[in-house]
Ligand binder design. Sequence first.
Ligand code: GDG
Length: 470
Amino acid sequence: MELRPMSRLVIISNRVSVPTSDVGGAQGGLSVALAAALRESTGIWFGWSGEETAHFSGHINFQRNFGVTTATIDLEAQDIDEYYNGYANRTLWPLFHYRVDLAEFERGFAGGYERVNARFADTVAPLIEAEDLVWVHDYHLIPLGQKLRERGCRNRIGFFLHIPWPPTPLLLSLPSHRELVQSVFAYDVVGFQTLDSLEAFRDYARVQLDAEFGEDGSVTHEGRTIRAIACPIGIDTAEFRASATSEVALGVFERMRLSANGRTMIIGVDRLDYSKGLEERFLGYERFLGSHPDQHGAVFLLQIAPPSRADVQSYQEIRAHLDALSGRINGEFADAEWVPIRYVNKGHRRDQLAGMYRAARIGLVTPLRDGMNLVAKEYVAAQDPADPGVLILSRFAGAAEQLVDALLINPHSPEDMADAIATALAMPLAERIARWRRLMDNIEAEDVIWWRRRFTEALEAARPHPLPPG
Ligand code: GDG
């Protein structure tokens, strides 16, 4: 039994996913978990509807579904262009994933980012009641806390960053880095996925802002003290395990087995994004095929990669590269009865995915950078405890701080990846079970409910914001 939090929760994120009754559907674990938190605390979830409007009016569309109230606004085409496709996904996303080469620094994007954050603040501020806890999510909304303070909000406000926080020298390439980081000090609690990200944030605060550091993760700058913590997100482990043995999942599992026809399956599941290391994965797998002719016809890689952010050019480019690369590798190695890569650009229901994970002997998760990577955790949770598969995981995924019993690899090294695939294929059952059990211990203990509680408890514990002077 869970205790009810004392305060109402107001969750704010770029997009809001309206809860459905369909547990197998497209909803991710995060939205399921946030919806559960809201159900317990009778709060609201505020954000962009994903729709475009000719003139921003601040009109809020309230809906109540399955015990959760959502409040959404529509944005203008220019907002979507500059704030979402622009500053969020063409400036901050690449920069925070160490891709300065892909980051575009345009004044118009920065202006749109400020404008939309102000629009969010204007619209949501009147919905916030005196004792509410406010929880802001992700890189789209970093300055929102400050904008809420400017509108007189004295609530406890927390911020959680789902992507990595970059090292200081990289962040310095952002023209307005100082303003952006200073705005973080408007929050009471700031959460990162990993100790690595937390340390990078503290480094910036020390070197660039001359901040002071106290006990229990407090950081003080110009009279404002925040608590900065590492709070790694998990999956809804119980829900996902159940979904992996649901009727739909077992049906998919059986069909995959039939279609594999005795061949060993390796699986990858990622949004089509350059941070996920898909090209490097294909090249590592190609290297494996090149050095293991005995495995031709014996293994195949199922790569599921639903397209995302298709309006951004770098995403169109990665898609074209992957089409060419998968075609080349298949052309090089395939024969009349075997295709080494099944490359699928289509999304699947969550329970179908769970069945596919369970049918795969290897989960290949090789991002070049990732805040956490939930696929790694889902793959482990979906395994059959009596005959579990092996997780191969990039050292540069946030999940690698917790999942130390995976085969950890450097995704930039095709040899490293090829060796890990060979090791995983040869791994005896006893070792597979032992590793899986230790991975599962972490995934069960630090699940999404643990994450959400850890964050909201830290926020509950924060002192209410002082009244403005005078
Ligand atoms: C960001 C951070 C962080 C994928 N394909 C399908 C599908 N998915 C689901 C997966 C998983 C989710 O999408 C992807 O989550 P990840 O964590 O792997 O990656 P991002 O989308 O980049 O998420 C990341 C996360 O936020 C949470 O903080 O871990 O580091 O980048 O749940 O299963 N779901 C369905 N069909 C698909 O085809 N239904």
